[in-house]
Design a protein around this ligand. Structure first.
Ligand SMILES: [Zn+2]
Length: 181
């Protein structure tokens, strides 16, 4: 895995002990453009907007790390109508090591608890073999034990990355399969 470090200014200090998993995203843009955007501070955007992630993975499997995993990036701030599978983690089921943060039945911003991985991807595509391998390697070399792995779509129904249909879910299922192999 070829890994480049390029620290984004868009982060907050966090603690690795708060991290319980990964949320996988699709960029809807090219690799270099995604890195540049995620490193652009909110006040340099028109209109002002907040986004960043810990990693960006190209179709060739190149990896740029934008923040340390312990720190907080802005990749999945809003939970809306999560899937059943995501709700298993979002609710206090007792079936998993740690639940997602929940506060008075409202899901709170999960960014503190999840590392964000952005994959170079456009709607309708599936991840490349190189991307699956790179994402698997990132997760396997992380300090997070038994990580929860979700897609952005599973957490927020208005997000298209990667979609809740079988084709979209294949991306996540394949990553989970490789991580557990
Ligand atoms: Zn996303």
């Amino acid at each position: 895995m070829i890994k480049t470090i390029q620290q984004t200014p868009n982060y907050e200090l966090g603690n690795i002990l708060d991290k319980i998993g990964f949320i996988i995203h699709g960029t809807q843009g090219k690799y270099k453009g995604a890195i540049n955007w995620l490193c652009t501070p909110p006040n340099k955007r028109n209109p002002v907007s907040y986004s960043s992630a810990h990693y960006v993975v190209s179709k060739k499997g190149e990896v740029t790390q934008l923040a340390e995993e312990k720190d907080i990036t802005w990749h999945a701030g809003i939970v809306r109508n999560p899937t059943y599978r995501a709700r298993l983690y979002l609710n206090r089921t007792g079936l998993i090591p740690k639940p997602l943060p929940i506060n008075d039945k409202n899901y709170i911003n999960p960014n503190k608890n999840f590392v964000g991985i952005e994959c170079e991807w456009f709607t309708g595509e599936i991840l490349t073999e190189e991307q699956i391998q790179a994402v698997t390697q990132i997760i396997k070399s992380s300090l997070i034990k038994n990580p929860i792995i979700l897609s952005h779509s599973e957490v927020a129904d208005y997000k298209v990355d990667f979609g809740r249909d079988a084709k979209g879910m294949w991306n996540i299922q394949e990553i989970i399969r490789r991580v557990n192999k």
